[in-house]
Design a protein around this ligand. Structure first.
Ligand code: PHE
Length: 377
């Protein structure tokens, strides 16, 4: 074969490109890109990809480019588990990022643990995700606060700020997050001298909540604490108004989605929920993030997007300290994350692999979440 100039240029182009693809660092992302919680997965992916773009623009990690590989679990724990196995076995990822929903992260965690591949959930808040049966999962971390704290936040806000005495609970029975958070809220609210006058349940995907809401209404609560996910909450809010329930609904981070306002509309006015950050926060870290995110995706980032971004940056911070993309060195670097300045706050990973951070309470007004309060751990 004669090396013509044209052929030579093909080799020259292919050479470095091939070397680069071999040295890529694969980042696995598992999320619900479709289904009733589609914005959860989409926001995570967008946050992670924005972070990757910024890291790569600065030359990657030691010259190696990062690349995301995302799978849609359709909101199903079994699919989240399958995706995790595939990311590890087939795509050879250095890290698994996900899931948002605690029930799905709970299905993924044992797989990361068994394969000794680190997993960071950006936004799952149920304590069992990182610590099961009193034992910390070595390879599983999170960059958000946990529900014993989040439940306390809303209980304190309801009791001390809103001065409520009688509150009802409406929980999603098939959802580890909703069940845990309902219990943590109940414990704290009672400890503060409040009374839980009703405790009703539903299942994600239900369309009719009127039986539960009617029964709750009969107990005359001053508010209803309903920590579920946005699609169900949008419907619950509308049906509560149809039944002339004028007391506010209170919730947790699972409400956070632009879709909540599309589904619930003006029924949501005056309701409160706890969350990981507020877009009203003037801090430069938050405002810069919002600006670059909006430029890329033409929408305001929710907390999940910000946490996805932080999770990727914390992974890179750990790579820097570990000097390696795998093994015990990386695991230990993640576990010793300290004072990392993220968009959603300063992250220090504690002994149980959780981040200890403040929470915000948001009030829905004008079909938008508006900052109401910050509650510190
Ligand atoms: N914390 C929720 C869970 O564990 C998930 C979530 C986080 C939803 C942030 C919305 C915003 O299931």
């Amino acid at each position: 074969m004669k090396l013509t100039p044209a052929l030579l240029s093909v080799f020259l182009l292919a050479g470095p490109a091939l070397a680069q693809s071999k040295d890529k660092i694969m980042v696995g992302v598992v999320g619900s890109l479709t289904g009733a919680e589609a914005t959860f997965g989409q926001s995570t992916r967008r946050g992670v990809e924005l972070a990757i773009e910024e890291v790569n623009a600065k030359g990657g990690w030691k010259g190696r480019m990062l690349e995301a590989k995302s799978y849609d679990d359709q909101g199903k724990p079994e699919e989240a588990a399958t995706a995790t196995t595939r990311l590890i076995a087939q795509d050879k990822v250095a890290i698994v990022l996900g899931e948002v929903a605690s029930s799905r992260s709970l299905a993924m965690a044992p797989i990361a643990e068994a394969n000794k591949v680190p997993m960071i959930t950006p936004s799952s808040t149920n304590p069992r995700v990182t610590k099961d049966g009193g034992k910390v999962r070595n390879w599983v971390f999170r960059v958000c606060f946990i529900d014993p704290f989040q439940g306390t936040v809303m209980a304190k806000f309801a009791r001390e700020t809103l001065k409520l005495k009688n509150v009802a609970i409406l929980r999603d029975v098939g959802n580890d997050y909703s069940m845990g958070l309902s219990d943590f809220f109940t414990d704290k609210f009672k400890a503060l001298g409040g009374t839980i006058v009703a405790d009703e349940s539903y299942k994600a995907g239900d369309q009719d909540f009127k039986a539960q809401l009617t029964s709750i209404k009969g107990k005359k609560p001053e508010a209803i604490y309903t920590p579920g996910y946005y699609t169900d909450i949008g419907l619950i809010a509308r049906q509560a108004r149809e039944l002339n329930i004028n007391q506010p609904l209170l919730g947790g981070d699972g409400w956070d989605s632009s879709k909540l306002y599309e589904i619930g509309g003006s029924a949501l006015e005056g309701y409160y929920f706890s969350n990981h950050y507020s877009t009203d926060d003037p801090s430069p870290a938050i405002q810069n993030f919002i600006k670059t995110y909006k430029a890329k995706y033409k929408e305001t980032p929710d907390a999940i997007a910000a946490l996805g971004y932080d999770a990727l940056m914390i992974f890179v911070d750990a790579l820097n300290r570990a000097g390696k993309t795998e093994g015990e060195a990386l695991r230990r670097a993640l576990a010793s994350t300290k004072g990392f300045k993220g968009v959603t706050g300063v992250v220090t990973i504690d002994a149980d692999h959780n981040a200890v951070k403040p929470a915000v309470v948001l009030k829905i007004s004008g079909k938008k979440p508006q900052y109401a309060a910050t509650i510190k751990p």
